[in-house]
Design a protein around this ligand. Structure first.
Ligand code: ADP
Ligand code: GLC
Length: 493
């Protein structure tokens, strides 16, 4: 089979632009694919920070793509660290501004997101028409921001690549007014129930799901969940009808970045054989954040976007109980201002026992993972989730809700799992603060049982969360798509 050439089209990629797990995946997966012999490259919008951090040179200039935009350029270079080729869309009118990739500094969605990501999708599709010197046979699209690429290629006479649409979060769909169809040069016929129309509006994600050759999502459980009304965000029927081309593949983690043995953000590195070194991190973090150091008081960590998805509103009402039960809590997060306020009020009341840190802080994230005894992730839904895996790798025992990738990666502390030496954490069922509190109480009781706790930590630290296996699953899907195409061509000739 010809060499696989994959363009990984994404709206964020670590280390140059990150708001969440998508960025981690957009670096780690292409990187692992490369190590397995795939020519994987990344396509990113030219946000100000991306252009500032990368050394880029023009690949193509003066490309006039949409009437309402000036001509754009496509730049090429290598990702920071020099490991993966990257293409960047240079369109200062759309991307050269302060604020985040999706929202302004006040947290409001950019008004021209349909153009910003319509352009990203369009350029991805042009790569799929083999217009440039890199000629991918797969365009791997990620989330709604790249959802129009499969639609453009579906309607193009020059399409040469197959498309894969990966869903990292079905709750975000990129839904805009119908006038965007014309503006983004999509054919009128695409605006149909059997296309990208969504209750009279146009949906980027629906376009991706409908027109792509294959759909993946980031865990097997989430792949099943999104076919049900509870988790399907209005698209469960479409997903259910297309289950024959939908696969759940669990994300891995970047094992170089997240390794307690070598992590340069830590005060003290450690392995599963020297937990006393882990404790040095805990002492240092407590000191740094002004937390008391009482004996036998476990530190519970949380690193999260403050949104409904993450279930942080289930945690807020039980914080006083958790502290009364003899635990401390450290939280790092950003997002919902109302939640920030409620957390700050509690932090002012429980000085020395609750530390809340707002904003984005990569170093603090690593220090919390290494310092905490327990990690809390009570998500309402979690397509995959990375922090529970980072936690296990760092000997920090996770408490998670039974959903999505959390269910697929954490093994609950049942008597059977303890007997078989497989238990790695605590799982609760319902979106309910009381049930969460009961689970935290169970963890606090178990924490006092030193032998069991050591076993839980060790089991987690020894688990394999590497990308190798999952990257191999993507390669198989890519190869199947290319083979299907070749078989079709033979039939047609
Ligand atoms: P999601 O992508 O839904 O936010 P994931 O668990 O997949 O959830 O990934 C979140 C990623 O973002 C992790 O790498 C986590 O450490 C990081 N992260 C989230 N919030 C912060 C923050 N405030 N500061 C630093 N890193 C954060
Ligand atoms: C999304 C999901 C998260 C997943 C990440 C990477 O942000 O919310 O669960 O781990 O994408 O796939």
């Amino acid at each position: 089979m010809a060499q696989l050439r994959v363009l990984f089209a994404t709206s964020e990629a670590y280390p140059v632009i990150k708001t969440g797990g998508l960025a981690d995946i957009s670096h780690a997966l292409p990187y692992t694919l490369q190590s397995l012999g795939v020519d994987a490259r990344i396509l990113l919008p030219g946000y100000k920070t991306v252009i500032e951090q990368l050394r880029l040179k023009p690949l193509k200039e003066n490309l006039q793509l949409f009437d309402c935009l000036p001509p754009i350029r496509i730049l090429e270079g290598m990702m920071l660290g020099g490991d993966i080729p990257v293409y960047v869309i240079d369109c200062p009118m759309l991307y050269h501004r302060d604020g985040g990739p999706y929202q302004d500094e006040e947290g409001e969605d950019w008004q021209d997101n349909h153009l910003r990501f319509g352009l990203l999708s369009k350029v991805a599709a042009l790569f799929g028409e083999h217009l440039f010197n890199f000629t991918p046979n797969i365009i791997h699209c990620n989330d709604w921001q790249t959802g129009l690429a499969p639609a453009y290629l579906h309607f193009s006479k020059y399409a040469k690549a197959k498309t894969m649409m990966s869903v990292h979060n079905l709750a975000h769909q990129g839904v805009f007014g119908a006038e965007a169809v014309d503006l983004l040069h999509l054919p009128k016929e695409s605006f149909s129930m059997y296309g990208l129309e969504y209750y009279g509006l146009m949906s980027f994600l629906k376009a991706g799901l409908y027109y792509s050759d294959w759909i993946t999502t980031v865990s097997p459980t989430y792949a099943r969940e999104i076919q049900t009304p509870n988790y399907g965000y209005g698209l469960y029927d479409l997903l259910n009808n297309n289950q024959h081309r939908l696969t759940g593949i669990l994300n891995g983690i970047n094992e170089q970045e997240w390794n307690p043995e070598t992590d340069t953000h830590l005060i003290s590195n450690y392995t599963h054989t020297n937990f006393s070194s882990k404790a040095k991190n805990t002492r240092a973090l407590r000191q740094r954040l002004g937390l008391e150091s009482p004996k036998q008081t476990p530190l519970i960590g949380m690193i999260t976007r403050l949104t409904h998805q993450k279930g942080i509103d289930l945690v807020v009402p039980i914080i006083p109980h958790i502290i009364n039960e003899g635990a401390q809590l450290v939280l790092l997060g950003s997002g919902d201002k109302d939640l920030e306020e409620r957390l700050q009020i509690l932090a002012d009341e429980y000085v020395g026992y609750l530390s809340v840190n707002f904003g984005y802080d990569e170093e603090l994230a690593h220090q919390i993972e290494s310092s905490a005894d327990i990690f809390l992730m009570p998500s309402r839904f979690e397509p995959c989730g990375l922090n529970q895996m980072y936690s296990m790798r760092y000997g920090t025992v996770p408490i998670v809700r039974n959903t999505g990738g959390l269910a697929d990666t954490v093994v609950d502390i049942t008597p059977r799992h303890l007997d078989t030496g497989t238990a790695t954490g605590f799982i609760f069922e319902r979106e309910d603060a009381y049930e969460l509190l009961r689970c935290v109480q169970q963890a606090l009781v178990t924490y006092r049982d030193k032998a069991t706790w050591r076993q839980l930590r060790t089991n987690g630290m020894l688990k394999d969360f590497s990308w190798q296996h999952s990257a191999q699953s993507y390669i198989e899907l890519y190869e199947n798509l290319i083979q299907q195409e070749q078989e079709q061509e033979i039939l047609l000739n």
